[in-house]
Structure formats: structure tokens, C-alpha cells
Ligand binder design. Structure first.
Ligand code: PLP
Length: 428
């Protein structure tokens, strides 16, 4: 039998179950979103059958005439969306995009300076368990204890002391905007390159609702599946190409342009054949993100995050930095006498999905944590508005304040399942 004649019920029943889980609950994981049926269709298309090592027009395989056009559309739309002059749309994920940048810019043992993981940074910015921390010398800056905000004077001091070749900004759990101009000035002062990883707020940046990283950072990476609402994946961008200052030369001894180094950093540096079905899905998602509808979506994501933050604050919850500029917030539960682990495990019983998260200067382990991270990108896609955010916080508060009362958790779950029926996601 072939895959087309026999339905694999073992797997497809589970996919149906996961769809039901996504549709019946409240999804607040800040890094997740719901793609459109068109994005999903492209991701599940026959392009998955095609090998296309290389770049459009310069492939190592025959039969790439069609996928060349698809990939070029993805590149052109990403350029338009972010005001980039060069884009590589092939990274399979955000982690791959960052690794390709490291390979293009650095030699093993070089110093990098990133935002501390325990303050909201990402594993790929120098964590000891990631290649970025194993093959390079990682150093970190963080937020201030009193404000929960990055102090750029301290970043500058750290940069002057550590002399990194690559200064990295961007985060997984930082609710404030970034001062890219100041970071570039710091990078220039010490002769470093500035990498902005905008994986989380990319969708808001694309619509001009946050500072523009491409105006200042040498290189910008992003995932495509968070606020950008595309398929899972990564891209690398630059507004201005330049000669790599660290003297990585061609075999003929010429200095190479950064764009060429980055292309090589992706393939053959860290990946093999590009996923052209996923690149097609990226192209569709970028097309959607270019629309006026997506501007309205991005505005609503921010408005919902503000409403949610205010609702938490009014119930006595502590938000790191006191609020949010983007789609997410980090909540310190210590003042409520709860851990992140307990909150995550209890909220899921009421079909509210969040993730536990370390807070800056946390005294608990990463498996327990003192905080939770919540974001509004996914529920905004479902059509929820500000007043709904307040209702979600009412539910969260009720669950957390009654975490050992199974009857209350069951009632909240039933109410949420009923409520979510009004916001259908996908046709079954
Ligand atoms: N960079 C940042 C800032 C992220 O938040 C993430 C994902 O959480 C990544 C990189 C990695 O992306 P991926 O999970 O696609 O490898």
C-alpha cells in the first residue's frame, strides 16, 4: 500500500485531537499563533517533494524553475515588509538563522554579548547548553533589578569590558521596545557587529508599531511563526550589505560581502536542502502581513496586551517592568505565593495554556520558576478584543486563587470551552 491509499489513523487521530485542543482552549503562549488555512495549505503542498540546494537561479538540482519563483516571491515580500535589501528565507527555524549568522561572522572562541537567558533572553544568544555558548565565549547583559528594564549605560560598560565581536539584542520574554540606535552606537564604539533577533515582535515591527531594527542593526534575524503569523521557520535580513570587517576571506584572499557569507552560513554552512513547501508558506504569510488587515491585527495585538497587563495589575499581579510595549508580559508570581510550575500545571486543567518562565533574579530553578509569560498574538488571531482579555485574566485569577479546588477548575474549563465555540478557528 502507498501513503495515499492508507490513512494513518494513529497519527491523524492525534492531529484531530490536537486541533480540538487548540480550538477549545485559551492559547496564551507568547511564541505561538494560528496560521491561516492558506499558509497551512502551502506548508502541506507538493513542494515538500523538491530538492533545491542553492539559491533561486543558482541551484545544485534540476527542475527548480517553479520553486525558484516561489522562493523569489518570499524574498521579495520579506524585503518589502521589513525594508530590507537582502534576505535569506531558507533557515528552518530561528535557531538555525542565528547559528548561520554566527558561522558567517565569527571564529570559534570569539566573544559574543547577549541578553541574559534568565532575564528573558534566548538560548541561542550564548547559553552554555547551545552551540552559541559552547563554540564562542558568551557574555551577558541583563535588566536592572529595580526597574526590570535594560540600562543601556550598563550594556555599554559591559561591551567595553568584554569587547565582543557580536553584540546581540532581542529576547523571548522582554516586554519593552529596544533602543537599536543606542546599541549600534555601542557596537560601533568597540568595532562589533550588531545582530537584532526580533523573533517575538517581528509582526509588530513589520507594521511600524515598534522601533525599526533594520535601520541600525547590521543583521536582523527573526522566526516567522510568532507575531508574524507564518509557518514555523526563520529568515535573515539586512538593509545595507557591507564587507565583513573580521577579515574572513575567500579562498582567493578577497574580502567577502556579508550577504554572501550569510548565504553560505545557511547553506552549505549549517543546512542542506531548503524546505520549499515551508518557504512557500512563508511567502503566503508575508503576503498576508503586507495587507492592511494585518496592520489592524498588529494594532489589536498591542491593544490586547495593554488591556491584559492592566487587568493583571488591577488584580495585584506584578509585571516585570510594570507593563508592556509589545505582545507579551512576564508576570512575577512571588507576591501571590505561587510558582510558575504550579501556575502552568493548574491553568492547563482549565484549558488555559501558558508557559512557566524565569523572572529576572529568580531564586527558583528553570523547572520551577517564579513567573509565567503570556502573550496575545494567538488569541487576537482568533478575534478576541480588549474586554475578552479582561475576562481571560478573571479566569486566570480564579484558577490560580483556587488551584487546589478541582470543582472550580472544572467549571472554568467548561465555561472556556463554551466561550471558545464563538471563535471558530479552522473548518473541520
Ligand atoms: N530567537 C528568539 C528571540 C526566540 O524567541 C526564539 C524562539 O523561541 C528563537 C530565536 C528560536 O526559534 P526556533 O524555535 O524557531 O528555533
Amino acid at each position: 500500500t502507498t501513503a495515499t491509499t492508507t490513512r494513518d489513523t494513529q497519527v491523524f487521530d492525534l492531529i484531530a485531537k490536537e486541533q480540538h485542543r487548540q480550538e477549545s482552549g485559551i492559547e496564551l503562549i507568547a511564541s505561538e499563533n494560528f496560521v491561516s488555512p492558506a499558509v497551512m495549505e502551502a506548508a502541506g503542498s507538493v513542494l515538500t517533494n523538491k530538492y533545491a540546494e542553492g539559491l533561486p537561479g543558482k541551484r545544485y538540482y534540476g527542475g527548480c524553475e517553479v520553486v525558484d519563483q516561489v522562493e523569489q516571491i518570499a524574498i521579495d515580500r520579506a524585503k518589502e515588509l521589513f525594508g530590507a535589501s537582502w534576505v535569506n528565507v531558507q533557515p528552518h527555524s530561528g535557531a538555525n538563522a542565528n547559528t548561520a549568522v554566527f558561522l558567517a561572522c565569527l571564529h570559534p572562541g570569539d566573544t559574543i554579548l547577549g541578553f541574559d537567558l534568565s532575564h528573558g533572553g534566548h538560548l541561542t544568544h550564548g547559553s552554555s547548553v547551545n552551540i552559541s555558548g559552547k563554540y564562542f565565549r558568551p557574555t551577558f547583559y541583563g535588566v536592572e533589578r529595580e526597574t526590570g528594564v535594560i540600562n543601556y549605560d550598563v550594556v555599554e560598560e559591559t561591551a567595553k569590558r568584554e569587547r565582543p565581536k557580536l553584540l546581540i539584542c532581542g529576547a523571548s520574554a522582554y516586554s519593552r521596545d529596544w533602543d537599536y540606535a543606542r546599541l549600534r552606537a555601542i557596537a560601533d564604539e568597540i568595532g562589533a557587529l550588531l545582530l537584532a533577533d526580533v523573533s517575538h515582535p517581528a509582526g509588530l515591527i513589520a507594521k511600524g508599531l515598534l522601533n525599526d531594527p533594520l535601520a541600525h542593526a547590521h543583521i536582523v534575524t527573526t522566526t516567522t511563526h510568532k507575531t508574524l503569523r507564518g509557518t514555523r521557520g526563520g529568515i535573515i535580513m539586512m538593509r545595507n550589505d557591507f564587507e565583513n570587517p573580521f577579515g574572513i576571506k575567500t579562498v582567493k584572499g578577497e574580502t567577502r560581502l556579508m550577504s554572501s557569507l550569510l548565504d553560505s552560513g545557511v547553506f552549505p554552512g549549517t543546512q542542506g536542502g531548503p524546505l520549499e513547501h515551508i518557504i512557500a508558506a512563508k511567502a503566503v504569510a508575508f503576503g498576508e502581513a503586507l495587507s492592511d488587515d494585518f496592520y489592524d491585527y498588529a494594532v489589536q495585538v498591542k491593544a490586547n496586551a495593554q488591556a491584559m497587563a492592566n487587568a493583571f495589575l488591577s488584580r495585584g499581579y506584578e509585571i516585570i517592568s510594570g507593563g508592556t510595549d509589545n505582545h507579551l508580559m512576564l508576570i512575577d508570581l512571588r507576591s501571590k505565593g505561587l510558582t510558575g510550575k504550579l501556575a502552568e500545571n493548574t491553568l492547563i486543567k482549565a484549558d488555559i495554556t501558558i508557559n512557566k518562565n524565569m523572572v529576572p533574579f529568580d531564586d527558583k530553578s528553570p523547572m520551577v520558576t517564579s513567573g509565567i509569560r503570556v502573550g496575545t498574538a494567538a488569541m487576537t488571531t482568533r478575534g478576541l478584543k480588549e474586554s475578552d482579555m479582561e475576562q481571560i485574566v478573571v479566569y486566570i485569577d480564579k484558577v490560580l486563587m483556587n488551584h487546589d479546588d478541582a470543582a472550580t477548575l472544572a467549571t472554568v474549563k467548561e465555561e472556556i470551552n463554551e466561550w471558545m465555540k464563538a471563535f471558530p478557528l479552522y473548518k473541520s
